[in-house]
Design a protein. Structure first.
Length: 453
């Protein structure tokens, strides 16, 4: 169903179901660990959907989304954005089809992660740390571990299953059990994430093992290291320094929580972008102009935080704010957009639109719409913008829309909206000049010598 064209409408039917491993919402887990990452609308939507869950759901017993709109007091676009946030955190899966009664969406609730599972999910933990701060994050880690007592000095007496039970299954019993497995729905599947960045593990190992980090620690914490590298655009030398800062040199073990805190405190965006562009698996820039191809090349050359820093410096837009950092971290950890696509988004907002900051709602909605449209790479993102300008060059008939509410949200560029009727926005001469200067400075930074390793 991933390729089925879909646009949520107030009249679209919906039904609430749940994954077989769903056991309800543990309020304490939701409030402490998930709520900091959820918008108020997303939290309200989750609770509203859980309240609609009934045994043996039937597609014929659907509701229209107008019911949700009235209950939550929001518009259909806000529902759609909230849905995306829940899906990114693994709390919801969404399925769509058109049957004899019309279009219908199935919202399938997913099991919450326990506090320990949440903390052990590296991307979740990194984003949580950035949202709540080191002090609160450590409190949450301690809370997840509050009932644990170390038993290393004790002998375990726990009995195994076959020490207690002696099952003798008859053929009929085996058939019944096999049939029940076929009848039971499948638990939720892992989320699809963006390709992981390359890490020179041999070089990194040579740097840290000679200074005290045990040889098995890199493989043990592989996913955490990858997550931190991608979010902050760290080089192997920077990773080595930060890893050693969180290593107990007496045991050679890495303290993962201390490592996250050290990275959050020390990692800062750099003035230049030393990362070389990764080779494209396929040429997707065939229909782009030379200027657009140059933008794709520039966008593929840096981590999002670094790239935004360079853009703001080149356009005189000030510094990267904490809110912008969190926005980029959400895009990196919760969308399938590559770093290059995220950089194109930043370029459009800061350079072409002339905005000094990345407004979270503005950027998140664009990212969600791009995800739905199949945008993944920098070339995809530029092509989507190109397609919009081609559409707006054609004459359009004036339309009149009547909405249920007059809630005003941040104005989105028309190319980021499905079936948009917005008039074309023409960049001012100042914005065009700023774009040229930004590209020139970013290209110049690539020609400077770098000392990565």
């Amino acid at each position: 169903m991933g390729t089925t064209p879909f646009k949520l409408q107030p009249q679209t039917g919906y039904l609430v179901a749940a994954s077989p491993d769903y056991a309800g919402i543990v309020q304490e887990w939701l409030v402490d660990y998930y709520q900091p990452l959820l918008s108020p609308t997303a939290l309200s939507l989750l609770l509203a959907l859980s309240g609609r869950l009934v045994p043996n759901p039937m597609p014929a017993e659907r509701h229209q989304h107008t019911v949700l709109l009235d209950q939550l007091g929001v518009g259909i676009n806000q529902i759609d954005q909230a849905r995306g946030r829940l899906e990114a955190l693994g709390l919801l899966r969404t399925f769509f089809r058109v049957d004899q009664l019309g279009p219908v969406v199935i919202y399938q609730l997913q099991a919450l992660k326990s506090p320990a599972e949440f903390i052990n999910e590296d991307l979740f933990a990194v984003v949580l740390l950035q949202h709540v701060g080191e002090r609160r994050y450590q409190q949450l880690v301690d809370k997840a571990n509050r009932y644990h007592l170390a038993t290393d000095d004790y002998h375990e007496l726990t009995q195994g299953f076959f020490e207690v039970f002696k099952p003798l299954a008859s053929p009929a019993d085996q058939h019944t059990v096999a049939a029940s497995k076929d009848q039971l729905g499948q638990p939720s599947e892992p989320r699809v994430t963006a390709p992981e960045p390359s890490v020179d593990w041999q070089f990194l190992a040579n740097q840290v093992q000679a200074q005290g980090l045990a040889s098995d620690q890199l493989s043990k914490h592989r996913q955490l290291i990858i997550a931190e590298k991608r979010v902050y655009g760290l080089t192997e030398l920077e990773l080595a320094t930060l890893l050693l800062a969180a290593t107990d040199l007496t045991t050679g073990e890495l303290n993962s929580e201390q490592f996250k805190a050290v990275v959050a405190n020390r990692a800062a965006p750099k003035e230049t972008v030393p990362v070389k562009p990764a080779p494209q698996p396929a040429d997707k820039t065939g229909t782009l102009t030379p200027q657009e191809k140059a933008l794709v090349l520039e966008a593929d050359q840096g981590a999002p935080l670094q790239y935004l820093t360079n853009l703001k410096k080149a356009t005189g837009s000030g510094f990267v704010t904490p809110t912008e950092r969190r926005t980029l971290e959400r895009l990196v950890s919760q969308t399938p957009l590559t770093d290059g696509a995220i950089n194109v988004l930043s370029y459009y907002v800061v350079v072409e639109q002339g905005n000094a900051n990345l407004a979270p709602n503005f950027v998140n909605t664009i990212a969600n719409n791009w995800t739905r449209q199949g945008v993944r790479t920098a070339a995809d993102a530029v092509a989507a913008i190109q397609k919009f300008w081609q559409k707006t060059s054609e004459p359009k008939r004036p339309t009149s829309k009547k909405g249920r509410r007059k809630t005003i949200v941040e104005q989105l560029p028309a190319w980021a909206q499905d079936d948009s009727k917005q008039p074309a926005q023409v960049a001012s001469p100042e914005q065009i000049q700023a774009a040229k200067e930004a590209l020139a400075k970013l290209r110049a930074s690539e020609n400077k010598p770098h000392h990565n390793q």
